[in-house]
Structures are given as C-alpha cells and as structure tokens.
Ligand binder design. Structure first.
Ligand code: FPP
Length: 242
C-alpha cells in the first residue's frame, strides 16, 4: 500500500461509493460548455480509480449516468455518450496496468449497440484482474434496480426455483446488480448536495455518508484521503441504531 503520511494508521474502507456531481458548475465557473466539465470529470475518474487501487480499496462504485440523466438536453446526452465511448476503450489499458477489474451496473439495453459491446469488452478484458473492482453505474437507478430484481425473483418463484418463505435479505441482495459485493462502507458525494439521488438505495442502508463542497473535476487524492480520514472518525454503532 502506498499511503501518504496522513493515511498511516487509518482503516481503508472495503467499499467506497461515489456520487460524482458538479461537472456543470465547474465548467460554468470557467465560462466553458458543460461538456468540458464532463471531459474533465472523466480525467478525474481515471485518476481516482488509480488512487483507490493504490490505497487498497477493494470496491469503488461510481454513479456515472443515472436513469434520470436521459432528461438532459440531447446535446449533453450525446456528448456524454461520446465521452463514454472514448473512455471505455482507454479504461481497459488503465485497468490492466492497475490490476483493476471493471464491471457495469444498471440497465444497459438502452444504450446504442456499440456501447453495449464496449461495456462487454471492458468487462471481459479486465475480468481476471484481482485488485480493485471498479463498478460503474450507468443508466442506473436504485428503484429501477430493485424493480428489476423483484421481476427476476418473482419469475424464479413461479418456476419453483425459490419458495417465497425462503426469501431473506441475503437472497434478495443476490437479485440486485451488485450481487456478490459487500455493501458500501462510505458514500462520498461531491458538490455539496445532501441527497441520495436514487443511488444504491438498498445497499446504503448503513453506509456512512461524506459530503464535500469540492466539485468533481477538482476531486483528487487529497480529497479522497480527507473523506477516508472523516470516515475513520465516525463511531460505528453496530447492534444499536446503526
Ligand atoms: C455530474 O455533474 C455529472 C454527471 C451526472 C454525468 C457525468 C459523468 C461523468 C463525466 C463520468 C463519466 C461518465 C460517462 C457516462 C462518460 P453535473 O452535470 O450534474 O453537474 P452540475 O450539478 O454542476 O450541473
């Protein structure tokens, strides 16, 4: 592990989730189009994946594109899709250099076929890496994920593969996109908003939340370290009101 001085003796959370926000505000402050904020946001994301891998974080789950984001202007959605195409290819190299396994969660069938193929390629070509698992939530919504999970579970019940009385929290978790992953220990939200925005609703039941005013394109290793230091100061009360 390559922690800098102020990270010594700090417990590294196993799973960090991030709601990245503020790309638009970052661009506006500079008189730039919103797409430039997203481009800078992609560079930040590459850097944070590398930093998280070096710190020894096991899972990093980032909210890249929500089910709500389709409502943005066609120009902005188009620019985001172009960035997605470009960075997905670049990301395979970065992931393999850093022993990172990439995985997508969300409902991918709404994307153009070349993007769906690109997601599949990225997952295949990084699947044997054993370090950080980087989970990118695209066309993701927590409620949508729960409804999709319920549909699969009901279908299995109808086929007799699962009996209703066998359904537990663990069984239901295995029907979500995040099946097999631990719940997030720490949720970071950039740009000051105090909302969950339909992100990992089931999984964040007991997650510590850290909000920073830092805009996502300005987020860096130091900001990530600050979030982890704040997480270390929280008193986790298991067994009581968690
Ligand atoms: C948040 O800033 C940004 C998004 C919701 C989408 C952009 C995501 C990335 C650049 C990561 C890479 C993902 C893809 C799919 C290329 P905002 O636009 O909501 O900022 P604002 O609140 O300041 O307007």
């Amino acid at each position: 592990m390559e922690n800098s001085g102020n990270m010594k003796n700090l417990a590294i959370p196993e799973h960090v989730a991030i709601i990245l926000d503020g790309n638009g505000r970052w661009a506006k402050k500079r008189g730039l189009p919103r797409s430039m904020g997203h481009k800078e946001g992609c560079k930040t994301l590459e850097n944070i994946v590398e930093q998280a891998a070096r710190m020894g974080i096991r899972y990093l789950t980032v909210y890249g594109f929500s089910t709500e984001n389709w409502k943005r202007s066609s120009e902005e959605v188009g620019a985001l899709m172009q960035l997605f195409r470009y960075y997905m290819v670049r990301f395979i190299k970065i992931a393999n250099e850093n022993n990172v396994r990439a995985k997508m969660i969300g409902e991918r069938s709404r994307f153009d076929q070349d993007i769906i193929d690109g997601i599949g390629r990225m997952e295949r070509e990084t699947k044997n890496n054993t370090g950080l698992t980087f989970v990118f939530a695209v066309n993701y919504g927590g409620r949508d994920e729960i409804v999709r999970g319920i549909r699969k579970l009901v279908a299995d019940c109808q086929e007799g593969a699962v009996k209703p009385e066998e359904i537990t929290e663990e069984v239901f978790s295995s029907y979500l996109d995040t099946a097999g992953m631990p719940d997030p220990d720490l949720l970071i939200r950039t740009s000051g908003e105090l909302r969950l925005s339909n992100y990992l609703l089931w999984q964040c039941a007991y997650t510590e939340i850290y909000v920073t005013d830092c805009l996502w394109p300005d987020f860096n290793r130091e900001e990530l370290e600050k979030a982890i230091a704040a997480y270390n100061k929280r008193e986790r009360r298991f067994g009581g009101a968690k």
